[in-house]
Design a protein around this ligand. Structure first.
Ligand code: PAF
Length: 301
Protein backbone atom coordinates (compact mmCIF):
# COMPACT_ATOMS: atom_id res chain seq x y z
CA UNK A 1 0.00 0.00 0.00
CA UNK A 2 2.07 2.95 -1.25
CA UNK A 3 4.41 4.17 1.46
CA UNK A 4 2.34 2.57 4.21
CA UNK A 5 4.15 0.28 6.58
CA UNK A 6 3.32 -1.59 9.73
CA UNK A 7 5.28 -1.34 12.93
CA UNK A 8 4.88 -3.18 16.21
CA UNK A 9 3.81 -1.36 19.34
CA UNK A 10 5.95 -1.05 22.49
CA UNK A 11 5.23 -4.55 23.75
CA UNK A 12 5.66 -5.93 20.22
CA UNK A 13 2.09 -7.23 20.45
CA UNK A 14 -0.10 -4.64 18.78
CA UNK A 15 0.30 -3.78 15.11
CA UNK A 16 -0.47 -0.28 13.98
CA UNK A 17 -0.44 0.89 10.39
CA UNK A 18 1.92 3.83 9.91
CA UNK A 19 1.03 5.95 6.89
CA UNK A 20 2.39 9.20 5.53
CA UNK A 21 0.21 9.82 2.48
CA UNK A 22 -3.43 10.87 2.13
CA UNK A 23 -3.91 8.17 -0.52
CA UNK A 24 -2.86 5.49 1.98
CA UNK A 25 -5.21 6.87 4.62
CA UNK A 26 -8.09 6.70 2.17
CA UNK A 27 -7.20 3.14 1.15
CA UNK A 28 -7.08 2.03 4.81
CA UNK A 29 -10.37 3.72 5.64
CA UNK A 30 -12.01 2.11 2.59
CA UNK A 31 -10.94 -1.33 3.88
CA UNK A 32 -12.17 -0.51 7.43
CA UNK A 33 -15.52 0.65 6.01
CA UNK A 34 -16.09 -2.78 4.41
CA UNK A 35 -16.76 -4.16 7.89
CA UNK A 36 -20.50 -4.20 8.64
CA UNK A 37 -21.46 -1.40 11.08
CA UNK A 38 -17.97 0.09 10.88
CA UNK A 39 -17.48 3.17 13.07
CA UNK A 40 -14.40 5.20 12.19
CA UNK A 41 -12.87 7.36 14.91
CA UNK A 42 -10.24 10.06 14.40
CA UNK A 43 -7.99 11.52 17.09
CA UNK A 44 -6.23 14.57 15.58
CA UNK A 45 -3.04 15.47 17.46
CA UNK A 46 0.29 17.21 17.13
CA UNK A 47 2.10 14.26 18.76
CA UNK A 48 4.38 14.29 21.84
CA UNK A 49 1.80 12.07 23.49
CA UNK A 50 0.88 12.09 27.16
CA UNK A 51 -1.98 10.57 29.15
CA UNK A 52 -4.37 13.21 27.76
CA UNK A 53 -3.82 11.96 24.21
CA UNK A 54 -4.06 8.35 25.35
CA UNK A 55 -7.40 9.07 27.03
CA UNK A 56 -8.71 10.35 23.66
CA UNK A 57 -7.47 7.18 21.94
CA UNK A 58 -9.06 4.99 24.61
CA UNK A 59 -12.34 6.89 24.28
CA UNK A 60 -12.13 6.31 20.53
CA UNK A 61 -11.30 2.63 21.05
CA UNK A 62 -14.34 2.17 23.29
CA UNK A 63 -16.72 3.62 20.65
CA UNK A 64 -15.19 2.86 17.26
CA UNK A 65 -14.35 -0.25 15.25
CA UNK A 66 -11.42 1.58 13.59
CA UNK A 67 -9.30 4.15 15.41
CA UNK A 68 -7.09 6.52 13.45
CA UNK A 69 -4.68 9.01 14.99
CA UNK A 70 -3.05 11.88 13.13
CA UNK A 71 0.25 13.41 14.20
CA UNK A 72 0.98 16.68 12.44
CA UNK A 73 2.60 19.77 13.92
CA UNK A 74 0.50 22.15 11.88
CA UNK A 75 2.67 25.11 10.83
CA UNK A 76 -0.24 27.40 9.97
CA UNK A 77 -1.60 27.47 13.53
CA UNK A 78 1.67 28.81 14.96
CA UNK A 79 2.41 32.54 14.94
CA UNK A 80 5.80 34.14 14.44
CA UNK A 81 6.72 34.10 18.15
CA UNK A 82 5.20 30.68 18.86
CA UNK A 83 7.16 27.49 19.46
CA UNK A 84 6.74 25.72 16.09
CA UNK A 85 10.45 24.94 15.70
CA UNK A 86 10.92 23.70 19.25
CA UNK A 87 7.56 21.90 19.62
CA UNK A 88 8.40 18.39 20.94
CA UNK A 89 8.48 15.70 18.28
CA UNK A 90 9.11 11.95 18.85
CA UNK A 91 7.34 9.84 16.26
CA UNK A 92 8.75 6.46 17.34
CA UNK A 93 7.55 7.00 20.88
CA UNK A 94 4.16 8.24 19.64
CA UNK A 95 3.76 5.18 17.43
CA UNK A 96 4.49 2.82 20.31
CA UNK A 97 2.08 4.69 22.60
CA UNK A 98 -0.71 4.82 20.02
CA UNK A 99 -0.28 1.10 19.38
CA UNK A 100 -0.41 0.47 23.14
CA UNK A 101 -3.67 2.44 23.35
CA UNK A 102 -5.16 0.23 20.64
CA UNK A 103 -5.09 2.61 17.66
CA UNK A 104 -5.28 0.96 14.24
CA UNK A 105 -3.57 3.61 12.15
CA UNK A 106 -1.26 6.56 12.66
CA UNK A 107 -1.01 9.20 9.95
CA UNK A 108 2.07 11.42 10.15
CA UNK A 109 2.23 13.36 6.89
CA UNK A 110 5.15 15.52 5.79
CA UNK A 111 4.26 19.24 5.59
CA UNK A 112 4.09 19.08 1.77
CA UNK A 113 1.41 16.37 1.88
CA UNK A 114 -0.91 18.68 3.82
CA UNK A 115 0.17 21.95 2.22
CA UNK A 116 1.38 21.29 -1.33
CA UNK A 117 2.67 24.16 -3.46
CA UNK A 118 -0.20 26.46 -4.41
CA UNK A 119 -2.21 25.82 -1.24
CA UNK A 120 -4.13 29.01 -0.40
CA UNK A 121 -7.59 28.16 0.95
CA UNK A 122 -8.53 28.47 4.61
CA UNK A 123 -11.43 28.14 7.02
CA UNK A 124 -12.03 31.44 8.85
CA UNK A 125 -13.86 30.97 12.16
CA UNK A 126 -16.06 33.84 13.39
CA UNK A 127 -16.43 35.62 16.73
CA UNK A 128 -16.01 32.38 18.68
CA UNK A 129 -12.31 32.58 17.82
CA UNK A 130 -11.62 36.23 18.60
CA UNK A 131 -11.54 36.27 22.43
CA UNK A 132 -9.46 34.28 24.92
CA UNK A 133 -6.51 32.68 23.08
CA UNK A 134 -7.68 34.15 19.78
CA UNK A 135 -6.89 37.65 21.08
CA UNK A 136 -3.22 36.89 21.76
CA UNK A 137 -2.70 34.36 18.94
CA UNK A 138 -4.07 36.00 15.78
CA UNK A 139 -4.64 33.45 13.02
CA UNK A 140 -4.25 30.50 15.39
CA UNK A 141 -7.83 29.22 15.15
CA UNK A 142 -7.91 29.84 11.40
CA UNK A 143 -4.94 27.44 11.21
CA UNK A 144 -6.62 24.94 13.53
CA UNK A 145 -9.97 25.06 11.71
CA UNK A 146 -8.27 24.70 8.34
CA UNK A 147 -6.20 21.66 9.27
CA UNK A 148 -9.08 20.00 11.12
CA UNK A 149 -11.35 20.56 8.11
CA UNK A 150 -8.70 18.92 5.93
CA UNK A 151 -8.33 15.98 8.34
CA UNK A 152 -12.12 15.50 8.49
CA UNK A 153 -12.21 15.43 4.69
CA UNK A 154 -9.26 13.02 4.50
CA UNK A 155 -10.60 10.54 7.09
CA UNK A 156 -14.37 11.13 6.87
CA UNK A 157 -14.65 9.82 10.45
CA UNK A 158 -17.93 9.13 12.20
CA UNK A 159 -16.54 10.58 15.44
CA UNK A 160 -13.63 12.97 15.98
CA UNK A 161 -12.15 13.23 19.47
CA UNK A 162 -10.73 16.40 21.06
CA UNK A 163 -9.68 17.37 24.58
CA UNK A 164 -11.57 19.80 26.81
CA UNK A 165 -8.23 21.33 27.82
CA UNK A 166 -8.36 23.26 24.54
CA UNK A 167 -11.93 24.36 25.25
CA UNK A 168 -11.97 27.23 22.76
CA UNK A 169 -10.50 24.99 20.07
CA UNK A 170 -13.20 22.39 20.73
CA UNK A 171 -15.90 25.09 20.52
CA UNK A 172 -14.44 26.45 17.26
CA UNK A 173 -14.38 22.95 15.77
CA UNK A 174 -17.95 22.16 16.89
CA UNK A 175 -19.12 25.47 15.36
CA UNK A 176 -17.23 24.74 12.13
CA UNK A 177 -18.61 21.19 11.88
CA UNK A 178 -22.16 22.55 12.28
CA UNK A 179 -21.71 25.57 10.01
CA UNK A 180 -19.98 23.65 7.21
CA UNK A 181 -22.15 20.50 7.52
CA UNK A 182 -19.41 18.03 8.36
CA UNK A 183 -21.12 14.70 8.93
CA UNK A 184 -19.20 13.96 12.12
CA UNK A 185 -19.81 13.80 15.85
CA UNK A 186 -17.35 16.04 17.70
CA UNK A 187 -16.66 14.30 21.01
CA UNK A 188 -14.91 16.38 23.68
CA UNK A 189 -13.20 14.38 26.41
CA UNK A 190 -12.39 15.52 29.98
CA UNK A 191 -9.09 17.18 30.93
CA UNK A 192 -6.49 14.74 32.26
CA UNK A 193 -4.47 16.18 35.15
CA UNK A 194 -1.22 15.45 36.94
CA UNK A 195 -1.44 14.43 40.62
CA UNK A 196 -1.27 18.07 41.78
CA UNK A 197 -3.91 19.20 39.28
CA UNK A 198 -1.75 20.62 36.47
CA UNK A 199 -3.53 19.94 33.17
CA UNK A 200 -1.49 17.58 30.99
CA UNK A 201 0.08 19.28 27.97
CA UNK A 202 2.93 18.48 25.62
CA UNK A 203 4.30 21.91 26.57
CA UNK A 204 4.67 20.91 30.27
CA UNK A 205 8.00 19.33 29.27
CA UNK A 206 9.40 22.86 28.77
CA UNK A 207 8.90 23.74 32.47
CA UNK A 208 11.92 24.06 34.76
CA UNK A 209 11.43 22.38 38.18
CA UNK A 210 10.50 25.61 40.04
CA UNK A 211 8.18 26.63 37.17
CA UNK A 212 6.56 23.20 37.26
CA UNK A 213 5.82 23.66 40.98
CA UNK A 214 4.21 27.06 40.43
CA UNK A 215 2.31 26.04 37.28
CA UNK A 216 -0.33 24.49 39.53
CA UNK A 217 -1.52 28.08 40.17
CA UNK A 218 -3.89 27.83 37.18
CA UNK A 219 -5.62 24.76 38.59
CA UNK A 220 -5.75 26.25 42.08
CA UNK A 221 -7.37 29.48 40.82
CA UNK A 222 -9.92 27.56 38.76
CA UNK A 223 -10.72 25.19 41.64
CA UNK A 224 -11.26 28.14 43.95
CA UNK A 225 -13.70 29.66 41.43
CA UNK A 226 -15.51 26.33 41.06
CA UNK A 227 -15.91 26.07 44.86
CA UNK A 228 -17.05 29.70 45.17
CA UNK A 229 -19.71 29.23 42.49
CA UNK A 230 -20.88 25.97 44.04
CA UNK A 231 -21.22 27.91 47.33
CA UNK A 232 -23.44 30.54 45.69
CA UNK A 233 -21.11 33.18 44.21
CA UNK A 234 -22.63 34.66 41.06
CA UNK A 235 -20.49 37.77 40.45
CA UNK A 236 -18.03 37.21 37.62
CA UNK A 237 -16.11 40.36 38.59
CA UNK A 238 -15.49 38.94 42.07
CA UNK A 239 -14.57 35.51 40.70
CA UNK A 240 -12.04 37.02 38.30
CA UNK A 241 -10.51 39.13 41.07
CA UNK A 242 -10.14 36.05 43.29
CA UNK A 243 -8.56 34.02 40.49
CA UNK A 244 -6.11 36.84 39.67
CA UNK A 245 -5.15 37.10 43.35
CA UNK A 246 -4.49 33.36 43.58
CA UNK A 247 -2.33 33.41 40.46
CA UNK A 248 -0.43 36.48 41.68
CA UNK A 249 0.70 34.44 44.72
CA UNK A 250 2.97 32.56 42.26
CA UNK A 251 5.75 34.91 41.16
CA UNK A 252 6.84 32.79 38.18
CA UNK A 253 3.34 32.81 36.68
CA UNK A 254 2.65 35.74 34.37
CA UNK A 255 -1.10 35.92 33.78
CA UNK A 256 -2.29 36.52 30.21
CA UNK A 257 -6.03 36.32 30.84
CA UNK A 258 -8.64 35.00 33.21
CA UNK A 259 -12.14 34.98 31.74
CA UNK A 260 -15.56 33.57 32.48
CA UNK A 261 -17.47 32.75 29.30
CA UNK A 262 -20.44 30.93 27.85
CA UNK A 263 -19.10 27.38 27.23
CA UNK A 264 -20.61 27.12 23.74
CA UNK A 265 -20.00 30.58 22.28
CA UNK A 266 -16.96 31.71 24.32
CA UNK A 267 -18.73 35.07 24.86
CA UNK A 268 -17.87 36.69 28.22
CA UNK A 269 -20.65 36.60 30.84
CA UNK A 270 -21.08 39.03 33.74
CA UNK A 271 -23.06 36.82 36.11
CA UNK A 272 -23.21 33.10 36.77
CA UNK A 273 -26.78 32.15 35.90
CA UNK A 274 -26.09 28.65 34.61
CA UNK A 275 -23.01 26.56 33.76
CA UNK A 276 -20.15 28.85 32.69
CA UNK A 277 -16.55 28.20 31.72
CA UNK A 278 -13.65 29.78 33.58
CA UNK A 279 -10.57 29.91 31.35
CA UNK A 280 -7.02 30.95 32.16
CA UNK A 281 -3.84 31.46 30.13
CA UNK A 282 -0.46 32.33 31.59
CA UNK A 283 3.22 32.25 30.80
CA UNK A 284 5.34 30.28 33.21
CA UNK A 285 8.90 31.06 32.20
CA UNK A 286 8.94 30.64 28.41
CA UNK A 287 5.99 28.22 28.49
CA UNK A 288 2.46 29.32 27.67
CA UNK A 289 -0.09 27.26 29.58
CA UNK A 290 -3.89 27.23 29.38
CA UNK A 291 -6.50 25.59 31.57
CA UNK A 292 -10.24 25.81 32.17
CA UNK A 293 -13.01 24.50 34.37
CA UNK A 294 -16.79 24.37 34.13
CA UNK A 295 -18.39 26.30 37.01
CA UNK A 296 -21.75 24.89 38.06
CA UNK A 297 -23.97 27.17 40.15
CA UNK A 298 -25.36 26.02 43.47
CA UNK A 299 -28.60 24.11 43.01
CA UNK A 300 -28.12 23.80 39.21
CA UNK A 301 -28.65 20.47 37.41
O1 PAF B 1 -4.98 20.19 19.67
C1 PAF B 1 -4.12 19.93 18.81
O2 PAF B 1 -3.24 19.08 19.00
C2 PAF B 1 -4.16 20.66 17.48
O3 PAF B 1 -4.56 21.97 17.64
C3 PAF B 1 -5.02 19.94 16.42
C4 PAF B 1 -6.49 19.86 16.82
C5 PAF B 1 -4.48 18.54 16.18
C6 PAF B 1 -4.94 20.71 15.10
O4 PAF B 1 -3.63 20.83 14.66
Amino acid sequence: MGDASSRAGSGGKTAIAYVRSIADVRASIAVARRQPDAVVGLVPTMGAFHEGHLSLMRAARSRCSFVAVSVFVNPIQFGGTDDFNTYPRDLDRDLAMAAGAGADLLFAPPDGEMYPPGFETAVEPGSIATGLCGASRPGHFRGVATVVAKLLNIFAPDIAFFGQKDAQQAAVIRRMATDLNFDVEVSVEPIVREGDGLAMSSRNTYLEPDERTQAVALFEALSQARDAVAAGETSVARLRRQMKRKIAEHYLVDLEYVKVVDPATMEPVSAVEGPVLAAVAARVGRTRLIDNMLLLPAGGD
